[in-house]
Write a protein that binds this ligand. Structure first.
Ligand SMILES: *[C@@H]1O[C@H](CO)[C@@H](O)[C@H](O)[C@H]1NC(C)=O
Ligand SMILES: [Zn+2]
Ligand SMILES: [Zn+2]
Length: 428
């Protein structure tokens, strides 16, 4: 063997152990380093999360949450832009040049009374962080800290997006309008998941959450004495037919292998026992695992309500309430980014702790980012029976296993750093 070849092999080995190439021994060292650094911040993470949990704020009103984020970023010496979409904060760590990737956390709480009795219960009546957005925000702040400690190692830029108003209030689209995705080539986010144990994650390529929209219909007849139906035009009967006919959209018009849901969630009409009302209002939500499916569904819903109203001599008006609810697309995970999440998850948490995520018919406004650039949303386990972390999001009993906080911070950090390592640009 020539001396050159030996030197080349030696350099290659040094390269393998110093850089993080998946599957090499350097990876184990890297995983320990990141997880160790995150665990050191656990106390801080828990205290940040509890502060946010005690003071839940609704969509676009996340003023104190936003201020807490800015205070922490300021302490860390991380530059940020504020306000973005009213209360949003966008920070940046790294070299300042491309590639630029983004990580997003949502900040808003729900109009819900917390029913868990514990020391750090929500201090605001009728409001609760029951979807774990307090944890998402905390994990991203944790990543901000870890990434800033590793600033010199970053082969590009990480944009940290603290987003308002995920819960049905257009937070993501507003942030996009204000330019947060500019020059960003990939975006990641996580969501807490009480069906997955703490220490594990779940991911899936393709569709993960449904596209959906809300609707309200008004069926108008002619009111009058209930004893003389022939003198009136009964909107109650027309509404009953319309609601039943809508059910057949899923059972008769949808591919049985494609998931769609329609739920009528309210019906309002009439006030007396002996008066046929002049109109009835009802409404609800529709969901589809594809965005096109949702738009088609929406069109058919309108036709069916109008058609059923006409059969019963009524008029129908269907309103999709777009001034309040933007129809949202399905979360569709980019295949390569999903594989990256899986690999990083395996690296940090071990192969047994990376699972296949279950699709859900709930919506997530992360989908708006994915309409423009490749993105991956994955689930992070928070299930722990011992602390009562078993309830589903949006439940008044929802409870988080705080052991997940450093894990989330570590995952974000490694996802970003390793992505940049693999995609570093030779020339800008
Ligand atoms: C936000 O902070 C102000 C000033 O400290 C306080 O009065 C208010 O109650 C806080 N709001 C919430 C939702 O915690
Ligand atoms: Zn939610
Ligand atoms: Zn959520």
């Amino acid at each position: 063997m020539s001396a050159y070849l030996i030197a080349a092999i030696y350099l290659f080995v040094v390269f393998l152990s110093s850089s993080t190439v998946f599957g090499s021994e350097g990876d184990e060292v890297y995983a320990k380093e990141i997880l160790g650094a995150a665990q050191k911040e656990k106390e801080w993470l828990v205290s940040v999360r509890r502060q946010i949990h005690e003071h839940p704020e609704l969509a676009f009103q996340e003023h104190n949450t936003s201020s807490l984020i800015r205070t922490q970023l300021h302490k860390l010496g991380i530059p940020y832009t504020y306000p973005v979409a009213k209360t949003g904060v966008v920070a940046q760590v790294g070299s300042g040049s491309r590639p630029i990737i983004a990580i997003r956390a949502d900040m808003d709480a729900l109009p819900l009374q917390e029913l868990v009795e514990w020391e750090h219960k929500s201090k605001i009546d009728g409001r609760m962080h029951a979807c774990g957005h307090d944890a998402h925000t905390t994990m991203l702040l944790g990543a901000a800290k870890l990434l800033s400690q590793r600033q010199d190692k970053l082969k590009g830029t990480v944009r940290l997006i603290f987003q308002p108003a995920e819960e049905g209030a257009k937070g993501a689209s507003q942030m996009i309008k204000e330019g947060v995705l500019q020059d960003v080539e990939a975006i990641f986010a996580l969501h807490i998941d009480p069906t997955t144990p703490t220490g594990a994650i779940a991911s899936i390529p393709g569709a993960l959450t449904a596209a959906g929209c809300q609707f309200e219909a008004k069926i108008e007849g002619v009111g009058g004495h209930a004893a003389a139906p022939h003198m009136n035009v009964d909107p109650v009967l027309a509404t009953s037919f319309a609601i039943l006919a809508l059910q057949q959209l899923v059972s008769r018009e949808t591919d049985p292998l494609h998931s769609q849901v329609i739920s009528v969630t309210f019906v309002k009409g009439g006030t007396a026992f002996n008066v046929i009302p002049s109109y009835v209002k009802f409404g609800g939500t529709i969901r589809s695992l594809t965005t096109e499916g949702m738009y088609h569904f929406r069109q058919r819903l309108k036709e069916i309500i109008e058609g059923q109203a006409a059969v019963h001599r009524c008029n129908a008006y269907v309103d999709f309430k777009e001034e309040y609810f933007t129809p949202y697309p399905a979360v569709v995970n980019d295949n390569d980014l999903h594989l990256h999440v899986e690999r990083v998850g395996q690296l940090l948490l071990g192969p047994d702790n990376v699972r296949e995520a279950k699709k859900v018919m709930a919506g997530e406004d992360f989908a708006f980012f994915q309409q423009l650039i490749p993105g991956a949303l994955f689930s992070i386990g928070i299930r722990n029976e011992k602390v009562g972390a078993i309830h589903s999001p949006h439940s008044p009993f929802f409870f988080l296993d705080e052991e997940a906080l450093p894990i989330g911070a570590a995952l974000h950090t490694a996802l970003a750093e390793l992505y940049l390592n693999e995609h570093k640009h030779a020339v800008h």
